[in-house]
Design a protein around this ligand. Structure first.
Ligand SMILES: Cc1ncc(COP(=O)(O)O)c(C=O)c1O
Length: 414
């Protein structure tokens, strides 16, 4: 037997192992100042490519005013309690109605956190007789929802529709015996690689198999499709998505999320999602702020147009400069380089300190050993100058990497 605290002291977890060397710089960095393309990191201005402020709403004057006015009028306390007990309001219902209308779904349920919404809705929807079939690159919130599932789960390799079909055959056999149901879960836009879930192909499989489709479109809501209604709209299969999840934390630059579906499903979730029944409702300023953000998202298409102008300039420019940006089909822009973890940290340090560029770095185990992924998130508030400057700097750091400049066999000390 061992003491829990002693065990934790020895085993820090995969990320915590590097906490001492990385805290405050590579992990838990503090970006200060107004949220925009340029922010302050450790007292110096940096060009920032790591915020999911896709439409630039974080610092939009109308958004700031709505946030400030509603905070001043209502404070953070209202409404008190869970929606079901004492925490409902006309504004919560108004926001739900407006989202449902925008998403072309019958109804909508607000959720306190996007992550929790996915975990808890999966938990509420299925029981031990049901089978979940899911994409292997699903976000942690889907994986954690699966952990609560008492029935079978079958995974298919990322976007491999042939294999999905095999899993659906297996699942169908099983539910024919158990009397259960099949739920397929995937993402609209995959947040690391930026490629889209093959929603059209999955929806087409409904002619062969009996299942319901749940799509986590955290990165697609507000950025994809003609009106910004997401990846289903972009692929022309919005009505084939049975349950749609979106977050307020990315294109809406806030916090919270929603699930949109049929009246039947939403009423069921309203009365069965434990994370909403047993937790306090979204505070009024978040709801009022989300109403304003949704209004801008719907009525100001130039925000999305600005975003995509930057996306195309950045992605085309990187490709033309010989960079591997993988299979992205969305604003998410990964740049794949070859190198070790110490090289990655030295490279990021150089990028931040010499070139004043702040972006996120992803290494093993999220990507295979020997790959360094720099992840850039373009937004509507970036400029073409930002794009050109970044590509020029990236060319230099690539040459440095290839010449072994970052191969100093020790992680930079910060
Ligand atoms: C695909 C996906 N789903 C869900 C979430 C969780 O959303 P939230 O930040 O609103 O909790 C994220 C956020 O990173 C995400 O990328």
């Amino acid at each position: 037997m061992q003491d829990l605290f002693e065990k934790i002291k020895k085993n820090r977890g995969p990320l915590g192992t590097h906490a001492k060397e990385s805290h405050g710089y590579f992990t838990f960095p503090k970006l200060e100042g107004d949220i925009s393309n340029k922010m302050i990191f450790r007292g110096k201005e940096k060009l920032v490519w790591s915020l999911n402020n896709y439409l630039g709403l974080a610092n939009h004057p109308e958004v700031r005013k709505a946030d400030a006015d509603s905070s001043s009028n209502y404070g953070m306390a209202l409404p008190m309690g869970a929606r079901m007990m004492s925490g409902n309001s006309n504004y919560h219902e108004k926001l739900e109605n407006e989202i449902a209308q925008f998403m072309q779904k019958e109804d909508c349920l607000l959720c306190n956190f996007g992550y929790q919404a996915m975990v808890s809705s999966i938990d509420a929807l299925v029981d031990r007789h049901d089978v979940i079939v899911y994409d292997s690159e699903s976000h942690a919130c889907i994986i954690d929802g699966l952990r609560l599932h008492m029935g079978k789960r079958f995974v298919y390799p990322h976007n491999n529709i042939e294999n999905l079909e095999k899993q659906l055959e297996r699942a169908t056999k099983l539910v024919n015996e158990s009397g259960g149901c099949i739920l397929v879960i995937t993402e609209g836009v995959f947040g690391m690689s930026g490629d889209q879930g093959k929603l059209k192909e999955i929806v087409d499989l409904k002619s062969k198999f009996n299942f319901r489709l749940f799509v986590d479109d955290a990165h697609g809501f507000g950025t994809m499709g003609a009106t910004g209604a997401g990846t289903g709209e972009a692929q022309g299969v919005q009505s084939g998505i049975d349950i749609y999840f979106g977050t307020f934390a990315k294109s809406m630059a806030s916090i919270g999320g929603f699930i949109a579906s049929t009246e039947n499903v939403i009423e069921y979730l309203r009365y069965n999602m434990r994370s909403q029944i047993f937790a306090k409702a979204l505070p009024m300023p978040i709801v009022m702020g989300a109403l304003k953000r949704l209004e801008l998202l719907r009525t100001q298409p130039q925000l999305k147009n600005n975003l995509w102008e930057i996306v195309y300039a950045l992605q085309n420019g990187l490709r033309q400069a010989g960079f591997d940006i993988g299979k992205t089909e969305s604003p998410v822009t990964p740049v794949y380089l070859n190198g070790t973890i110490p090289e990655a940290t030295n490279l990021i340090f150089d990028l931040r300190e010499t070139y004043d560029i702040f972006c996120s770095m992803v290494v093993y185990p999220v990507v295979p050993k020997g790959i360094i992924m720099l992840r850039l998130i373009p937004t509507a508030v970036h400029t073409i100058d930002d794009v050109n400057y970044t590509i020029e700097c990236f060319k230099k750091i690539k040459v440095n990497l290839e010449n072994g400049k970052y191969n100093v066999n020790k992680i930079v000390s910060i």
